[in-house]
Design a protein around this ligand. Sequence first.
Ligand SMILES: [Zn+2]
Length: 346
Amino acid sequence: MSAEKEAEAGKIPELYPWHQENWLRLRQSIAADRMPHALLLTGPDGLGKAQFGVAIAASMLCTSPADDGMACGQCKNCHLFRAGTHPDYRRIEPEEPGKAIRIDTIREFTAKEALTSQGGGYKVIIIEPADAMNSSAANSLLKTLEEPVARTLMVLITSKPVRLPATIRSRCQKIPFTVPDHKTATDWLAPQIGQQDATLLLRLASGSPLQALALTQGDALKVRSAVLDEFCKVLARKTDPVSVAARWNTLQLPQLLGWMSGWLIDLIRLKMVPATENLINRDQKERLQALALAIELKALYALLDKLLDATRTLGSQLNSHMLLEDLLLTSVTIKQRNARVDSRIV
Ligand SMILES: [Zn+2]
């Protein structure tokens, strides 16, 4: 459940262990009466930035926060916050995921009267994802940031800060989130995943603990195995790449491209050093070792380049079916025919 849904469902969100440093720094700003008018929470997805933002909002609105700065959960303001009816808390988000945040929405929430607290305390406005603002919405917000209202805090959240105008970025205090160290991540993840391999899950999730946990909750790992089987069959020319592309086109493209780049990075690593302990896909090492023997390094780099180009265009109006066909048809050509290797990978 997302942080905002949790807040709506009556919970004050908790912080994750890797949030502590940022939380402490923010509390120092508050204690020194240096709370900025706008915060910019940045960093990869899957680190709980939204949850952190909601925790800030709850804390700023709470009348008797705990010693660690977290909202008490009991006062009148906390009750209103938990009920999702606090008049001094607003979330601005696209009407539908993937759509833009428009100027009308920004204007509605950032008009002078809308920025003034009704309860006499703070007003907190979260904008997420902030990079979804179109340029006129961003310009409108910029005006608000240039003439801030006292005791109003704007919290902008994004994993793509470069998509925000530099003028907006420079008017916010940045709170960067980075993937936690391996111990912090595994200490949090391991108790929640039973016998599953925490290291493998974290590597597949590029170090993001929340995404690693999410992998265990749906059928993503099964899908990963199935697409790797198909990819190997394509390389061994034992299946038709065009029909595989049609099948893959029904899957989640960002995740699929992520899986593929993980295999290619592992294959490149294996071409350079035979050691397998640092592989992302460490559960697939025998298969990848066999493949690495039959593919030229240059071909792997070429395919990885193509894949990274495709990843960069994600979110734009691309024809995903053609893109997958192109990737798979290129893949067919990179492996030399070798019956002995084929028997180990398929
Ligand atoms: Zn409270």
